[in-house]
Design a protein around this ligand. Structure first.
Ligand code: SF4
Length: 57
C-alpha cells in the first residue's frame, strides 16, 4: 500500500513536472532521492523503463 502522492506528478502520463522526465520515484532530483530505500534501486528501474520504451518503438 502506498499513500504517497507527489505534487510534481502528472498522473496521466506518469511524467515528473519537476524533472521534466518520466516519474521514477527515488531517481536523482526526485523529492524522495536519498530519503527512502527502495526494494529495486531507481537506477535499475530507469534502465528497465528505457528498455521497455525502446522495445515499443
Ligand atoms: S520522480 Fe519523484 S519528484 Fe518526480 S513526480 Fe516522481 S515521485 Fe515526484
Amino acid at each position: 500500500m502506498n499513500s504517497f502522492s507527489c505534487p510534481h506528478l502528472n498522473i496521466k502520463d506518469n511524467f515528473c513536472l519537476r524533472l521534466k522526465t518520466d516519474c521514477v520515484p527515488g531517481r536523482k532530483g526526485c523529492v524522495l532521492h536519498n530519503r527512502f530505500e527502495f526494494a529495486i534501486p531507481a537506477e535499475e528501474r530507469i534502465k528497465e523503463l528505457e528498455k521497455r520504451k525502446r522495445q515499443k518503438k
